[in-house]
Design a protein around this ligand. Structure first.
Ligand code: ADP
Ligand code: MG
Length: 569
């Protein structure tokens, strides 16, 4: 037997699991069942595509079994999925920290409830078992291989790994429960309740196996004869989930609750989704999609290594959940599934991106999602919640998705000099309020709303009753807004870089003023030297004595450079 040291971060994580995250322990069942389901998905795919496995697994059907033993204080989760060999065990649940482990530790807030929801999102689900276990054995045999391995750990510092015997492929997770957890989790009702709550729509059957004491039912005669009923222990086996691909069921049959449960089972989120979009398409391409928008943006939305939230199936067979291009990246917060009837099962994961059928599905899915968000926008209160979470990715969409630019612009909301405080305006409303001659949408960008609102540059706009959008998400607005072009022919104009509106001054009057102030402007320019390009008399201002403005050409250059930097160039 070989002893292995847990990698430092894994050790740190385990420390947390055992000592800090105790508010929602039951989720360890969800995480282990979801791993089993993933493992069955993988074998289901391999047996249809890998010539070495085709024959042996022709009649194979994936299933998950759960057993428990009160006296032994144990719970066991068994699957007949793809299994793990020695390397897999070390790589997946041992020494090498996956990128998820580190980001999970970084994202922890110290709030136990919140933190336990993060477990699944960061791909560290397996370790959650140590919230309840005093020790864990993972016995696994990889499909198509001969040797099985047993991994054992108490979740403190190290694990053991040794070859063992196991007849068939798959994984057995034997959990020795901590004394204080045993009575709660080695229980038929509790397990049924947890599986029903989180794993009801896992596509494979989950069976609960247990022993139950049954008392013989005596006939009236036997009773009269004074015969005593015999008590015996019987083996019970009960299917405890629906085990259907929920998305294939007709919409009319599904209740909100069904959709919400399914969402929770695929998203590692314990709240209800903000939006559910279920679509069946027939015709040239036949496919079903079920998309969700989470109430709260996924934790990794702003990480370059974000996980894809959309799974691809072909005729109910899972193909991949790591293809990030199933939807455009600006929609990376969307969760759900795409199930195609037309793609070949053996579609290589590498060429997915170039696949025409998939490109079509992607295109219509984007249109559908945007139109559903548009519908949501009719409800001001709900839409404010959506905007609070997702305005940034939507803004990215404006430059990423030229085909849908207009539709996305319609969804954006901004602070503005004319919107009530705390409220946002759409571009359409801005346009409505404006003089039809205006033909431009004016904006000012910066970091701080208060400072922007008191900018002297606004004076001439306010005086002329022209609305200006206040863009205070500088990091993204400064890069994106100049690339937005126009909204329904109305160009976007940065008021720090464009001419002020309605200059009511003759050329002579202008000259006269300039001459009058020639001395003073020259003095200021000499004093400021290279810090400024020029010092000029202006009619932009009506109250403040002076302001700083950008040179148009310089401003464009600066934005260009910033954009290149943001794109990693
Ligand atoms: P995630 O499921 O997000 O990858 P986990 O911590 O839940 O993260 O699991 C880590 C890895 O361990 C999985 O990706 C998988 O490779 C492996 N694994 C866990 N449980 C099983 C299982 N029952 N069968 C096969 N592989 C498993
Ligand atoms: Mg997992």
């Amino acid at each position: 037997m070989a002893k292995h040291q847990f990698q430092t971060e894994v050790g740190q994580l385990l420390q947390l699991m055992t000592h800090s995250l105790y508010s929602n322990k039951e989720i360890f069942i969800r995480e282990l069942v979801s791993n089993s389901s993933d493992a069955i998905d993988k074998l289901n795919y391999l047996r249809l595509t890998d010539d070495n496995l085709k024959a042996d697994y022709a009649d194979w059907k994936g299933e998950i079994n759960i057993t428990f033993d009160e006296a032994d204080k144990s719970l066991t989760i068994i699957d007949n999925g793809v299994g793990m060999n020695e390397e897999d065990l070390i790589a997946s649940i041992g020494t090498i920290a996956k990128s998820g482990t580190k980001s999970f530790v970084e994202a922890l807030t110290g709030d136990a409830k919140k933190d336990s929801n993060l477990i699944g999102q960061f791909g560290v689900g397996f370790y959650s078992v140590f919230m309840v276990a005093s020790s864990v054995d993972v016995i696994s045999k990889k499909a198509g291989e001969e040797t099985a391995y047993k991994w054992t750990s108490t979740g403190t510092g190290e694990f053991d790994l040794a070859p063992c015997t196991k007849e068939s492929n798959g994984t057995v997770i034997y959990i020795k429960l901590k004394d204080e957890e045993a009575s709660e989790f080695a229980s038929k009702y509790r397990i049924k309740n947890i599986v029903g709550k989180y794993s009801n729509h896992i596509a494979y059957p989950i069976f609960l196996n247990y022993k139950e004491e049954v008392t013989e039912t005596l006939s009236e005669e036997d009773k009269k004869a004074g015969k005593e009923a015999v008590k015996s222990i019987e083996d019970k086996r009960e299917k405890i989930n629906e085990a259907t691909a929920l998305w294939m069921q007709p919409k009319a049959k599904l209740k909100d609750e069904d959709y919400n449960d399914f969402y929770k089972s695929i998203s590692h989120d314990s709240s209800e989704p903000m939006l559910t979009i279920h679509t069946k398409t027939e015709g040239v391409n036949e496919y079903t999609t079920l998309f969700y928008i989470p109430k709260i943006a996924p934790m990794d939305m702003y990480r370059a290594d974000f996980q894809s939230g959309v799974k691809l199936y072909v005729k109910r067979v899972f193909i991949t959940d790591s293809e990030k291009e199933l939807l455009p990246t600006y929609l990376r917060f969307v969760r759900g599934i795409i199930d195609s009837e037309d793609l070949p099962l053996n579609v290589s994961r590498e060429i997915l991106q170039e696949n025409r059928i998939l490109a079509n599905i992607k295109q219509s899915s984007v249109k559908k999602i945007l139109s559903e968000i548009k519908k949501l926008s009719k409800d001001e209160e709900k839409y404010a919640e959506f905007i609070a979470q997702y305005i940034r990715p939507l803004k990215e969409g404006v430059y990423q998705d030229h085909m849908n630019k207009e539709a996305i612009l319609d969804l954006l909301r901004y602070k503005s000099t004319k919107a009530e405080t705390g409220k946002l305006t759409s571009l359409e409303d801005y346009k409505h309020r404006a003089d039809t001659e205006q033909k431009a949408i004016f904006y000012i960008v910066g970091e701080n709303e208060k400072i922007l609102r008191s900018s002297p540059l606004l004076e001439s706009y306010n005086k002329n009753n022209i609305e200006v959008l206040i863009l205070d998400d500088k990091e993204i607005d400064e890069i994106i807004t100049p690339t937005m072009g126009a909204y329904k022919d109305w160009e976007f104009k940065d008021i720090t870089a464009c001419e002020p509106p309605k200059v009511e001054q003759s050329e002579e009057a202008k000259k006269e003023v300039e001459e009058k102030f020639q001395d003073i402007t020259k003095k200021i320019k000499d004093k400021l030297g290279d810090a400024v390009k020029d010092v000029k008399v202006t009619n932009r201002l009506s109250e403040s004595p002076s302001c700083v403005v950008k040179d148009v050409a310089d401003a464009q250059m600066a934005q260009m450079m910033q954009m290149m930097r943001a794109m990693g160039q």
